[in-house]
Design a protein around this ligand. Structure first.
Ligand SMILES: *Cc1c(COP(=O)(O)O)cnc(C)c1O
Length: 390
């Protein structure tokens, strides 16, 4: 089956649910077993690592529907759900490391990932090194005998460097290290991590999968090899996602393809328009032919998120505020991947390769509004910026 068909059909089972199109929402903690024989077959099924309905925290038909859908589209062996993308990241990291190990993390990682590495992970005795996101095969020089995992995020959601993941994965696997990827930008649709050597792929489902800015959820999908430890760590940590949020995520994902295709078209047009503006130093967006990551993006991705950065030439704080404050259609807020447009000023935290641009970095997420209305809003914003600068 082709991609768009999988997105619509995977993880659904109307025949078992009175013909109802969407999976029902199971609110459950206790699962009742039919007598001692039922308990025994439950024990045996769990020992065989069979998917099943054992206890609310371990999973139910609603979570199985979303897990199945994500695996059908993103690939991998099996998937688990978490209450947030950040929770999926931390559980995945903990599943591949122990005290005394060394962990390589891209300098472009989402800030809370870095925060966890510098906090809890370091406190529990893992040595963390941040590396240049553009390092590629050169990462083998940073490998130590105890390097057990490499974290990639491509493109980074603030600075948009595209990473050469196949090259990084080859070096990592030679060193017996696992590759963990934050694949939120491309979503399960536009990047297939397991075809490029990734061992665990993480989604902040909060973004494009949910797609409507009204629920938080995370997913971690593993290869067969990485699965047992991911499963055990997740159970040990007590992670689970609430059934209503799981339902919203599987419902949102049915329209992932139409939303993303529409939003990437608008984003590319607006990114090209930003490039024509004299106030703009550079637009950070791999689908642009001029972007340094364009060739790698074209090689490995099948599409793009509608999330990009714009470097505004040095100007006063008041000028930036004049641009940002009176936008009518761009909400000022964190997160992205919903149906609506957003703007967020960024100050990337970097330690391996310093981010020393004097330009103001603005991150845009392009929603489903009419592109001409968005452009009008942005033109007015540039007029205000120029008036405040003169
Ligand atoms: C938002 C985000 C996360 C974390 O997701 P939450 O659901 O907010 O915890 C992780 N990675 C990236 C790239 C994100 O944008």
């Amino acid at each position: 089956m082709r991609e768009d068909t999988k997105i619509v059909t995977a993880g659904r089972d109307p025949e078992s649910n009175h013909g109802v199109v969407n999976p029902p929402v199971y609110h459950a903690s206790t699962i009742l077993y039919p007598g001692m024989a039922g308990i025994k077959s439950m024990w045996e099924a769990r020992a065989r690592d069979e998917k099943g309905v054992y206890y609310g925290r371990i999973g139910h038909p609603t979570s199985a529907a979303l897990e199945g859908l994500v695996v059908a589209v993103e690939g991998g062996y099996r998937c688990l759900l978490y209450p947030s993308g950040a929770a999926a990241i931390t559980a995945s990291i903990l599943s591949v490391l122990k005290a005394g190990d060394h962990f390589l993390v891209t300098d472009s990682a989402y800030y809370p990932t870095r925060n966890f590495c510098n906090g809890t992970l370091t406190r529990f005795g893992v040595d963390v090194t941040y590396y240049d996101p553009l390092i590629g095969a050169g990462i083998s020089d940073l490998m130590r005998p105890n390097t057990r995992a490499v974290f990639v995020e491509s493109p980074g959601s603030q600075t948009f460097e595209v990473q050469d993941i196949p090259a990084i994965a080859e070096a990592a696997h030679k060193n017996d290290a696992k590759v963990l990827m934050d694949n939120t930008w491309a979503s399960p649709l536009f990047y297939k991590p397991f075809e490029h050597g990734v061992d665990i792929s993480i989604q902040a489902g909060t973004k494009y999968i949910v797609g409507h800015s009204d629920a938080m959820i995370g997913t971690a999908t593993a290869t067969k090899d990485a699965w047992p430890s991911l499963r055990d760590t997740t159970v040990e940590l007590g992670q689970t996602a609430g059934p209503d949020d799981v339902y919203l995520a599987q419902r949102g994902m049915r329209t992932l393809s139409v939303r993303m295709k529409h939003q990437q078209d608008s984003a590319l047009k607006l990114a090209e328009w930003f490039q024509t503006r004299s106030e703009v130093e550079r637009v950070l967006y791999p689908p642009l032919k001029s972007d340094p990551g364009h060739a790698l993006w074209k090689r490995d991705f099948t599409g793009a998120a509608a999330l990009f950065g714009v470097l505004i030439k040095p100007c006063s704080e008041a000028a930036v505020a004049a641009f940002v404050d009176d936008l009518k259609l761009f909400g000022l807020g964190a997160s992205w991947g919903g149906y609506e447009s957003l703007i967020l000023p960024q100050k990337p935290v970097r330690t391996a390769v310093l981010w020393d641009s004097e330009c103001q970095l603005l991150r845009f997420h392009i929603g489903l509004e009419d592109i001409e209305d968005l452009k009008d809003d942005l033109k007015d914003a540039f007029d205000r910026l120029n008036a405040a600068s003169s």
